[in-house]
Design a protein around this ligand. Structure first.
Ligand SMILES: [Mg+2]
Length: 244
């Protein structure tokens, strides 16, 4: 049976260079044939490729980019996923509605794609009420969309069906890998959708309060709070759930 390892990049797989290299070596030396490796990140495809090269990460079997808005295999966009996301998604109308919120600054064009509109907020206490007001506007306008708010800064608007969790479940079903053989790893708010799937999950020790709060309220025995940070935490979780 194959195992499915789905990991976030920034502050999870990447963040402690020594840990990343130790995990890389372990995967390469004796686990690579057993494990289907998936990276699930908020980064764009281009930015992810830069990070893979810069940090000498292993080439993944699949890449979930732009918080679930795109799936790539060997550099090729998964068109079935793209078509699925395109249903009920009016990017132009949503962008013009979001423009009414002056606090929302568009992220660089590199971070945008046909299924993702990304903004940044300056750090401020009232940011979550801004996000709530935007959500209300979208609902009133009957524009199906979801907002993923991360790191008290990033605001990603995506099709309702798009997030890291749904994307990984799409791959898990396609690959027919059972839940006990699927492990997700993350550190922040945009990883919560992964932990909500029928999978096992590792929350690394350096996780942000938004994810720790979710874990306190919704965590189950399928969620493991690692004692170690970044990729050390991933290895701890692999030992805990898979015994390797
Ligand atoms: Mg992260």
């Amino acid at each position: 049976m194959k195992f499915l390892l789905v990991t976030d990049l920034d502050h999870t797989l990447v963040g402690d260079d020594e840990a990343t290299q130790v995990l890389n070596q372990r995967l390469q030396s004796n686990l690579r044939s057993k494990i289907c490796l998936v990276y699930a990140t908020g980064r764009s495809y281009a930015s992810t490729c830069e990070l893979i090269a810069h940090k000498q990460l292993l080439e993944p079997d699949y890449l979930i980019a732009g918080v679930g808005s795109e799936i790539y295999q060997d550099g090729i966009l998964d068109l079935d996923w793209a078509e699925y996301l395109s249903q009920d998604w009016d990017k132009m109308a949503i962008a013009s509605l979001a423009q009414q919120f002056s606090q929302l600054k568009p992220q660089s064009p590199k971070e945008q794609n046909p299924w993702k509109i990304s903004y940044s907020l300056e750090p401020a206490a009232e940011n979550s009420s801004t996000v709530q007001a935007l959500q209300q506007k979208l609902t009133e306008s009957r524009l199906p969309a979801q907002i993923i708010f991360s790191s008290n800064r990033d605001v990603d608007i995506l099709p309702k069906t798009s997030n890291k969790g749904n994307a990984l479940t799409y791959l898990q079903k396609r690959l027919q890998i059972p839940s006990e053989a699927t492990l997700v790893c993350g550190d922040s708010g945009n990883d919560i959708s992964m932990f909500q799937q029928d999978v096992r999950g590792v929350i690394v020790a350096n996780a942000l309060s938004e994810l720790l709060e979710w874990h306190r309220e919704c965590g189950t025995e399928n969620h493991y709070l690692a004692g170690a940070a970044c990729a050390w935490g991933i290895m701890e979780g692999m030992a805990y759930f898979w015994e390797f």
